[in-house]
Design a protein around this ligand. Structure first.
Ligand code: AMP
Length: 181
């Protein structure tokens, strides 16, 4: 088993969000660097994605970005990461990020973040992996989604054990604690 832990962070690429979302991303990047945990993420340079990556790098951490060629006319890949992996498609990106990480962390984000989150959750539902998934419900951002997920289980559209496939935390310090990292 490798010694260095790595976490995949799914999060928003938009800069048009309140600054506190970027700040909490930066705070988490600092924590990753301090603990020597590798950040694996989508390789972009903006939004919460850029904030986590920049802060991890700034504090001496290791960052692997996975960026699809097809995204180049929509988003920019980060130019100064420890490692950047250029892939052909969004699907390859998701698989590559998954393969390189020991746990998945969901920060506030938009539709892309939700797509990534539900793919990883449904892979777990299909028993394709057993990696921990932590949803960081910063300032109740994900409350509506968590309520919907509970309703899905309560109504019978997902098995009750599905609710155990992810952990929700509301403090940034709790993310690595629940992972025992
Ligand atoms: P967003 O949460 O919409 O800001 O997107 C966060 C990241 O997810 C961005 O890097 C997007 O390029 C990426 N993304 C958007 N759509 C998808 C998708 N269908 N599959 C995988 N990643 C996506």
């Amino acid at each position: 088993m490798k010694n260095t832990k790595s976490v995949c962070v799914f999060c928003g690429a938009s800069n048009a969000v309140p600054k506190k979302f970027l700040d909490i991303g930066a705070e988490f990047g600092r924590m990753l660097a301090a603990k020597g945990i590798t950040l694996v993420y989508g390789g972009g340079d903006c939004g919460v994605m850029g904030a986590v990556a920049n802060s991890t790098m700034k504090h001496g951490g290791h960052v692997t970005g996975v960026f699809p060629v097809s995204l180049r006319n929509i988003e920019n890949e980060h130019q100064s990461l420890s490692e950047i992996i250029i892939v052909d498609t969004m699907h390859e990106r998701k698989m590559c990020m998954f393969e390189r990480s020991d746990a998945i962390i969901v920060f506030p984000g938009g539709f892309g973040t939700m797509d990534e989150t539900f793919e990883i959750l449904t892979w777990k539902q299909l028993k394709l992996h057993h990696k921990p998934i932590v949803i960081f419900n910063y300032e109740h951002y994900w409350d509506p989604l968590i309520a919907l997920m509970k309703s899905i289980v309560d109504t019978g559209f997902a098995r009750p054990e599905t609710a155990g496939y992810y952990v929700v935390v509301d403090q940034v310090a709790a993310i690595l604690e629940v992972l025992n990292f």
